[in-house]
Design a protein around this ligand. Sequence first.
Ligand SMILES: Cc1ncc(COP(=O)(O)O)c(C=O)c1O
Length: 377
Amino acid sequence: MHTETLAVHAGRKVDPATGAVMTPIYLSTTFERKPDGSYTEGFVYTRSENPNRRALEEALAALEGGEVAAAFASGQAATLAVLQALAAGDSVGSPHVIIPEDTYFGTRKLALEVLAPWGLQASAVDMTDLDQVRAAVRPTTRLIWVETPSNPLLKITDIAAVAEIAHAAGARCVVDNTWPSPILQQPLALGADLVMHATTKYLGGHSDLLGGALIARAPDDFFARIRTVQTTGGAVPSPFDCWLLLRSLRTLPYRMAAHCGHARRVAEFLAGHPRVAVVHYPGLPSHPGHAVAARQMQGFGGMLSIQVVGGAAEAMAVAGRVQLFTRATSLGGVESLIEHRASAEGPDSPTPPNLLRISVGLEHPDDLIADLAQALG
Ligand SMILES: Cc1ncc(COP(=O)(O)O)c(C=O)c1O
């Protein structure tokens, strides 16, 4: 089936009790046992499983080309579950993970800080340089975490090449596919073992829900440990958020096509602007990762970042003058956002101080360009 068709039908079934065409919201936290002790449809307690979460997980697995999925209360909860599943006994001694040096700062914090007291070892490398990835591998390396395009520099990592390095080392390759979404990039087909999403972003698409997901090629032992962390740890999304997210998935292919088209127009405009020193957008032929991106992506996405001529003050001033864009963190919604990223990441941020991260929304690109033009001056 084509992606557009899958997006509409995956995880959807007509409600047998009422004939409702769309899945109703099942808010009940608990489910009745029959006299013989069994459960109708296998639902027991909503932390373990819920009809809305099951429908959502089926749809997410179908869209990513995986067999199974686990939905979480946020992207961070999903990332933490991967690392906790590792720590649950995947290696002799402390497991070691390799992460990209410019990965989403929350991922870096979990790997380098939060789980360090539990014995997790982590190395951050420039993952666009495969030699650096190979050099970072240790006998205890159990996982290589990929994020491409990266947040916020939009560096492109060759997923197939890193998956090969991981497998040769006896490790797993996990890809944070939040920015491209399954519409623009399918890591499992490129050799990755697990896909992670902050569904808060493009999959939700309207800046009104928080969620995360993990999708695996197969229900193997590692996925079983993830499932245990999900259902026992309890960082699960509410039935309403599952329903809302599934509703958003129905339009994902069309939203992504528009995000890509609009971002390309905005990137081309910014690339020709004298007050913009650098545009980071993999769709531009001048981007160092353009060739790899063109090979492994079906579109270049709706995110870009720019480095304004000058420093932090000049970048802040540009963000301060926008009228149509909203100054806010996050991304992937229908509305365009602009953010001074280094100040959002905090004092230890490695992000260039003159960088503005832009999430290009679904407004008409001419209006977005006009707003950036007046803001840049
Ligand atoms: C690439 C990426 N991964 C993970 C996350 C974390 O997701 P959440 O905020 O839903 O926990 C984000 C959030 O911005 C992100 O951009």
